[in-house]
Design a protein. Structure first.
Length: 447
């Protein structure tokens, strides 16, 4: 994936996506006028944008030609079997499930929204805009349509419908929300554009999981253009899990935007195991003092997978803390990318910011590009960042073999222990144990 897309080709690709978005609006003609208006606004904005190339600094190591070279159809709901859905469940997790197939919400497979815990509201974005055309959901979709990143705008243009989650002030939602996005074969390459909007009001607490996976037994060619926007009000707390298990031919570009108010806490736990080409954009804006932000990431790549993690932490006010830890294993002919940027603005005194990225390379053909960045414009701060890329310690392998383990068992144990530092940060036990088992399964699969 080293092709630099020509200007002519990017215009042609953009024209195809614009036509697809116009088709999506026409197909969804019964949607409320306000929802359609904002989608049209996104299409208009697309007309003045272009797809990134490897000449762009933030895309230096990632080509999007696998996305722009393809001719896509709109995702449509197709039947899925019970076993396809059960692959997404976590043992012991008592969750409220919201299921999408090819980007289309499936209410019959989801938890009924008529019997939700007190203080929790979930509704399709279009329905919410119909009742509150100028409320927080409309402002969130407006921001998505005006986003500087082309794929974020593309999401706003293509989305069949988003899902809006609101947590009332001081409400503590004990059950996690489990968003399940299944990609099912529909006979031709398709694009899906899931949207999740979360607003945790003052003093509230919420846990939710984004889970991306293909239909079992199939290998459809598809593109997931995803967006998540999270607002964490004063003294609220949000735990956000993202488990990416896209299929062998699945491409994904997602953008997660987070805004935090005073005394709020946001925890992110991202795990990348699947996908052919994946780009994760995580932006966090700290809008008031005494916020805490924790970004945890794990990636395990084999064959010819390509996963690019981009994070941006915007410290704009004093007395805030951020802690970022990403660890991964890359083998085969896979390529990993980590570009993490921490910006400490002039007024953000007493900032405490930590960032670390560590990667194991297990193959001479595997590649890892790491670029941690700190930009500090305040003088009373505690900030650090670093990156390490290396191989397994052969002395440790030898030690474990002297204790009766085979060479493969010793290496697998050390690899898992390397990632466990991040996995153990997941507080929800059913999710943590399920992710650990998936990591172990993949370690066995890549040898």
């Amino acid at each position: 994936m080293t092709t630099i897309t020509s200007a002519t080709h990017t215009r042609e690709a953009m024209a195809r996506f614009e036509a697809l978005a116009a088709q999506a609006i026409k197909a969804n003609g019964q949607a409320p006028a306000r929802f359609q208006e904002l989608r049209r606004r996104a299409i208009e904005r697309l007309g003045g944008m272009r797809f990134p190339t490897r000449r762009d600094e933030d895309w230096k190591y990632t080509s999007v030609s696998a996305i722009t070279n393809e001719t896509w159809a709109l995702g449509r709901a197709v039947p899925v079997k019970a076993e396809d859905l059960s692959r997404a469940f976590f043992d012991g997790l008592d969750a409220l499930r919201i299921v999408f197939v090819n980007g289309v919400w499936q209410p019959e497979l989801s938890t009924s929204f008529d019997d939700l815990p007190e203080g929790l509201s979930i509704a399709p974005m279009s329905r919410l805009l119909d009742h509150e055309p100028d409320g927080w959901a409309a402002r969130a979709l407006e921001a998505q349509a005006a986003h500087p990143h082309v794929f974020a705008v593309l999401n706003a243009a293509l989305a069949t419908d988003g899902m809006a989650v609101q947590v009332a002030p001081d409400a503590v939602i004990g059950q996690p929300l489990h968003f399940i996005f299944i990609a099912a074969d529909q006979g031709k390459a398709f694009v899906q554009a899931p949207q999740v909007y979360v607003h945790a009001a003052r003093g509230s607490k919420l846990t939710f999981v984004e889970h991306y996976l293909p239909q079992g037994g199939g290998a459809p060619r598809y593109f997931t253009c995803a967006a998540t926007r999270i607002r964490v009000d004063a003294n609220a707390e949000v735990h956000h899990y993202r488990l990416q298990r896209e299929g062998q031919f699945g491409r994904q570009v997602n953008h997660c935007s987070v805004e935090q108010d005073r005394d709020s806490r946001y925890y992110s736990y991202a795990t990348d195991l699947g996908g052919m080409l994946v780009r994760n954009n995580q932006d966090v804006a700290l809008r008031d003092s005494n916020t805490q932000t924790f970004l945890n990431g794990v990636y395990l790549l084999g064959d010819a997978q390509h996963v690019d993690n981009q994070t941006f932490m915007d410290h704009a006010v004093p007395h805030c803390e951020s802690n970022e830890l990403y660890k991964g294993i890359v083998t085969g002919k896979a390529r990993g990318v980590f570009n993490g940027k921490v910006l400490v603005r002039p007024d953000a005194q007493k900032t405490n910011a930590f960032q670390q990225n560590s990667t194991l390379l297990l193959s001479p053909h595997a590649v890892m590009d790491a670029k941690p960045q700190l930009e500090i414009f305040a003088d009373d701060v505690r900030c650090s960042h670093g990156a390490t890329i290396g191989q397994l310690d052969e002395m440790s392998v030898f030690y474990l073999r002297t204790r009766g383990l085979s060479a493969n068992e010793a290496r697998r144990l050390l690899q898992f222990a390397f990632l466990a530092e991040v996995l153990d940060n997941m507080p929800d036990e059913p999710v943590r144990e399920a992710v650990k088992q998936l990591v172990l399964d993949k370690l066995r699969a890549i040898g």
